[in-house]
Design a protein around this ligand. Structure first.
Ligand code: URP
Ligand code: ZN
Ligand code: ZN
Ligand code: ZN
Length: 469
C-alpha cells in the first residue's frame, strides 16, 4: 500500500505515508485499487469508410474511454488513397480535439516504392512503430502474400511491429457470394460467410510468413479458437507472436446475429465475426495462461441508421462494435472477479503490456516516479451497469446493453487532471497529446541472433562439374 504524489501531470513519488500540505488535493482511495490507466491498443475513431464515418470522433470516443478508465489509445490511420503521408496529416487534424493521449498504428493497403519510403518516414520522423496489413476486405484493403512479405521485410528493417487482420479474404468473398445466392442476406449471413477456419488459415499463414522473414508479428482482434491455437503453437516454438483478443470476443457470442429484430442483430456485425459460444471461454483461458497477451476493443462505432445500409444485404453494412468505454470493466468482471487472473495480471493485459510492445513503457503503463499521471481508482465492491442510455459514446446502441457487474472505476486521472469522479465527466478538447512511439521494442531483442544462426546453418553451394554433353 502506498500514496501516489502527482505534480504537473507526472508521478513524482510513490511511497507509504507521503505527507503533503493543505494546498494539495487529496483523493482517498482506502479499500480500492489505484492502477495505471488503461491503454486500448486498437480503436477506430473518426474513421471514414467511404460512404460514411464512425460516430465517435477523437473527442467523443476519448471522453467515453475516460469514463471507463482508459487513459490512452492507439488508433489506426487508414489512408484511403494509400498515401501514408496524406493519411497521417488527415488523422493529425482529426485528433486535434483529443482529451487524452493517443498514438497511431498505420495500415498498409498497397505497395510501391513510395509506400516503402513513406514507411521509413513514418517510423523515423512521425513516431509510428507498427503497421497493419489486411488479409481480408477483398478489393478494398486486402493485400496478397507477395505484398505481405514485402511489408514484413520492411517492418523488420525498421524495427516496426507487423500487425495483421487475419481472415482469408478470397474465401470470405466466396462465402459471401454463397450466402447471397442462398438468400441469406441478414446479419447472420455475415457470420456464416466468414467462419473461424478462415481466421485460423490466415493466422497460420501470417505466422509462417513472419517466421520466414524472422520478424515479430501482432495478430489483432483474435476472435476464434482456430486463430488462438496457431498463436499458441508458434509461441511454444519460441516465435515472437502477440495475440490481441478484444472485449467483444471475450464477452459475447454470435447468437445475437440471429436475433429477429434487425437493429439488434446488426449492432453485432464486425469482422472477424463474434463466434459461437465456447470461443469466448477459450480466449479467456488463453489470456489467463499467457497464450494471448493484451486486450483491445476494436471500438468502431456505427449507429442504427448507418447499420441499416445493410438491411437487404449484410455486405453493405459498416462493420464494427463499441467497447472503448466498456473494456476495463468487462475485463475486470470476466477475468478478475471470476477468479481467472490476479489484479497484477489485469494491469498487465489492460495497460503495461501494450506500453511495452509499443515501446512507451514506463512513461505509460506504470505507476512509477517519472511516469505520466494516468491513473484510475477501481472500487471492487461497487458495481457498473452498461447501457446506451448512460454511456458517453455517441452511439445510439450498445452491444453490452443491460450488462452489470462488480468492480467500478470511480475515478480517472489523465495527465494529472481528475476527469471522471462521482459519475461526472469533465473533459476539455485539445488537452490530449500525440505520443510518439519509437521503433525496436523488446520484441526485437535477440532477433538478429536467430538471423545469424540461420546464415551459419546455410552450407556453401554444392560444387558440381559443368554438364558435358
Ligand atoms: O469490423 C471491424 N473490425 N471494423 C474495423 C476494421 C477492422 O478490421 O479492424
Ligand atoms: Zn481488422
Ligand atoms: Zn480494427
Ligand atoms: Zn455522463
Amino acid at each position: 500500500m502506498a500514496d501516489v504524489y502527482v505534480e504537473d501531470g507526472i508521478i513524482v513519488a510513490v511511497n507509504p505515508n507521503f505527507r503533503v500540505g493543505d494546498d494539495v488535493t487529496v483523493i482517498d482511495a482506502t479499500g480500492k485499487y489505484v492502477l495505471p490507466g488503461g491503454i486500448d491498443p486498437h480503436t477506430h475513431l473518426d474513421m471514414d469508410v467511404g460512404f460514411t464515418a464512425t460516430v465517435d470522433d477523437f473527442f467523443s470516443g476519448q471522453a467515453a474511454a475516460l469514463a471507463g478508465g482508459t487513459t490512452m489509445h492507439i488508433d489506426f490511420v487508414i489512408p484511403l488513397n494509400g498515401s501514408l503521408t496524406a493519411g497521417f496529416d488527415d488523422y493529425e487534424k482529426k485528433a486535434k480535439k483529443s482529451c487524452m493521449d493517443y498514438g497511431f498504428h498505420m495500415a498498409i493497403t498497397k505497395w510501391d516504392e513510395t509506400v516503402s519510403r513513406e514507411m521509413e518516414l513514418m517510423v523515423k520522423e512521425k513516431g509510428i512503430n507498427s503497421f497493419k496489413f489486411f488479409m481480408a476486405y477483398k478489393g478494398i484493403l486486402m493485400i496478397n502474400d507477395e505484398l505481405l512479405l514485402k511489408g514484413f521485410k520492411k517492418c523488420k528493417s525498421l524495427g516496426a511491429v507487423a500487425m495483421v487482420h487475419a481472415e482469408n479474404g478470397d474465401a470470405v468473398y466466396e462465402g459471401q457470394q454463397k450466402m447471397i445466392e442462398l438468400g441469406i442476406t441478414g446479419p447472420e449471413g455475415h457470420a456464416l460467410s466468414r467462419p473461424a477456419v478462415l481466421e485460423g488459415e490466415a493466422t497460420a499463414r501470417a505466422i509462417r510468413l513472419a517466421d520466414f522473414v524472422n520478424t515479430p508479428l501482432y495478430v489483432v482482434h483474435v476472435m476464434s479458437i482456430d486463430a488462438m491455437e496457431e498463436i499458441a503453437k508458434a509461441r511454444k516454438s519460441g516465435q515472437r507472436v502477440i495475440g490481441e483478443p478484444i472485449a467483444s470476443g471475450l464477452a459475447l457470442d454470435e447468437s445475437w446475429l440471429w436475433h429477429p429484430d434487425f437493429d439488434i442483430a446488426a449492432k453485432y456485425v464486425m469482422s472477424p465475426p463474434i463466434r459461437k459460444r465456447g470461443h469466448d471461454k477459450a480466449l479467456q483461458a488463453a489470456l489467463s495462461t499467457g497464450v494471448l497477451q493484451l486486450v483491445g476493443t476494436d471500438h468502431c462505432a456505427f449507429n442504427s441508421t448507418q447499420k441499416a445500409r445493410g438491411i437487404d444485404d449484410f455486405r453493405k453494412m459498416p462493420n464494427g462494435v463499441n467497447g472503448i468505454e466498456e473494456r476495463m470493466h468487462l475485463v475486470w468482471d470476466i477475468m478478475v472477479e471470476s477468479g481467472q487472473i490476479s489484479v497484477t495480471d489485469y494491469v498487465r493485459i489492460t495497460s503495461t503490456e501494450c506500453a511495452k510492445i509499443f515501446n512507451i513503457y514506463p512513461r505509460k503503463g506504470a505507476i512509477l516516479p517519472g511516469s505520466d499521471a494516468d491513473i484510475i481508482i477501481l472500487n471492487p465492491n461497487s458495481s457498473f451497469e452498461m447501457s446506451a442510455k448512460s454511456h458517453h459514446s455517441r452511439l445510439d446502441t450498445n452491444v453490452y446493453e443491460g450488462r452489470r457487474g462488480k468492480g467500478k472505476i470511480e475515478v480517472t486521472i489523465v495527465g494529472g487532471r481528475v476527469v471522471w469522479e462521482n459519475n461526472e465527466l469533465k473533459v476539455t478538447p485539445g488537452t490530449g497529446r500525440y505520443i510518439q512511439m519509437p521503433p525496436y521494442s523488446y520484441l526485437f531483442d535477440g532477433l538478429d541472433k536467430k538471423d545469424a544462426i540461420y546464415l551459419n546453418s546455410l552450407q556453401a553451394p554444392v560444387k558440381r562439374a559443368k554438364a558435358s554433353t
